[in-house]
Design a protein around this ligand. Sequence first.
Ligand code: SAM
Length: 284
Amino acid sequence: MKLYSPAVIAALKDKHNFKISKNLGQNFLTDQNIIDKIIDGAQIGEKDLVIEIGPGMGVLTAAAASRAARVIAIEIDQHLIPILSETLKEYNNIEIIHGDILKQNLNEIIKQTGMDHVKIIGNLPYYITTPVIMKILEEKTQAQSITIMMQKEVAQRLNASPGTKAYGAITVAINYYCTVHHIADVHRSVFFPKPNVDSQVLRLDIRKSTPVDLIDEKVFFACIKAGFGQRRKTLLNALTGVNGLGKERIHDALQRASIDPARRAETLDLNEFATLANSICEMS
Ligand code: SAM
């Protein structure tokens, strides 16, 4: 069964009386070339456990199962579960969990498999891209990488350089946890139904150790949040109050970190944010 064929998707839809949900971001992939790029880009091998977010009708799930030892796919829409049972019936290494990815304990799911080569993949609804990625990273999920199709503008934010408009708090946070690799540009025409935006696939390789030494991770994230929360303000004004420090002490902390207090957050790279956060800790 060619799961990426719009005719097959339409037939499955009719047979199961399935209604495509816009609210759940259901845009199904209809291009084998893009499916191959995602699976190749995710570097899936025969020892791997693949966790897929939002399998839909199973097009990526089947492709992953052909390469991996085991696939666990988590789908929120109960109406897709009988469709997945039909489309994936020839595979004996796939398990479907009906549930919301944001409510899953992924480390527990991984632990129960006893497997330690773990790759996460997904063609995600655009509105949950950032919460899903941050959940995986903040919970220190025991996976090597996350390969995800996302709205092009979101991908550009994750992959932005300091000083650009797309560079923001999420860019610094992602770079703290991961190295970012561009896998593919994806035109909106390869989905059914067609969304209003183009997409990009990124692979985020989760770092084994953090790239900067921090005295207190919470202060580092507080600096990023405060700095970009008011990105037009100078760092001196935006950061006043972080870790309970008044303007004068923030000024001293910036000088100690060799950062001009008149700069704005969008000009600081990851190392400068780390130096600044440590300087604030030392002044506190
Ligand atoms: N992987 C399929 C494909 O590429 O054709 C479907 C992709 S579609 C863009 C997103 C899928 O994620 C849908 O099947 C949708 O029901 C599912 N989904 C949406 N929100 C979810 C959530 N919170 N947890 C798990 N799955 C979710």
